[in-house]
Design a protein around this ligand. Sequence first.
Ligand code: PEP
Ligand code: MN
Length: 334
Amino acid sequence: MIILLKDKVNEKQVTNLTNWLEHSGFQLHISKGAHQTIIGLIGDTSRVDMDLISSLDIVDRVQRIQEPFKSANRKFHEDDTVIDVGGVKIGGGHFQIIAGPCSVENREQIISVAQAVKRGGAGMLRGGAFKPRTSPYAFQGLHEKGLELLKEAKAATGLPIVTEIMEAAHLPLFEDVDVIQVGARNMQNFELLKELGQTRKTILLKRGLANTLEELLMSAEYIMAGGNNHVILCERGIRTFETYTRNTLDLSAVPVLRKLTHLPIVVDPSHGTGHAEYVPAMAMAATVAGADGLIIEVHNDPPHALCDGKQSLTPEQFEALAKRIEAVRPYAVR
Ligand code: PEP
Ligand code: MN
């Protein structure tokens, strides 16, 4: 349920109202938008006397929220959320490219790719240290050592680092990580989401292989219910019957999520297509569709990459693409 306040209301009356609601057992989400202050109520609102609240002179109107996601709902928070990752902003008109290898392989690889993507225009560095691989015999990532190398790459370039967590018990290792990625396979690992909700880290939440947008938003809600509002959503393709691409990149997710939520939306054309040659088209399409950012895999030597080489761009290809993305940005639909 949301309570929309009238323009230019008396602060004291607002505090009286919010205190009363809090004492009545509701968790509040207060959003002071450009036009209106909105008080979002989380909890069992079936017992709320809507007529009583509507009759208060500071209240414009009271409205029930039908959707099961509340904190993530744009009705709770009119304006786009802007997330600041160590000075690098994303959302609300701030566009970022997150680039780097699928996985951190060694010092030379991660540092050289970090420097190259920075030169090319990336705002953040990605790189997996804990890798969710389909085969237990495939490269699983360098684990702690990978995180250390990411920190070195950050020190060398100043780029904030984005890396995936696979289980809550690893959280202490992620202290210096700027953005914690929850991969597609863990989108509905609710215990992990709850733990991340207790942190104040920025979470990049990827859509599951077979999940609806509502389920993605409900997973964001798990994190936000713990008080962590720093959530970035990521469309990375879903599984369909198509086999010429690794996944089917659902670009309609961008305008649909834009309408439903205030959270920043990022698109991953690398996992979305599975082939480096299709990445530019989808990266540009996602930009024009209104995404707040992209996450793109870049490797210094794609044919020899330990993971996802086929879909990785070379640093040169990345740099060329970043320029084309910049050129289409003015046409983005917002
Ligand atoms: C990744 O980003 O390398 C990754 C494993 O992504 P996803 O969870 O989308 O498959
Ligand atoms: Mn990958």
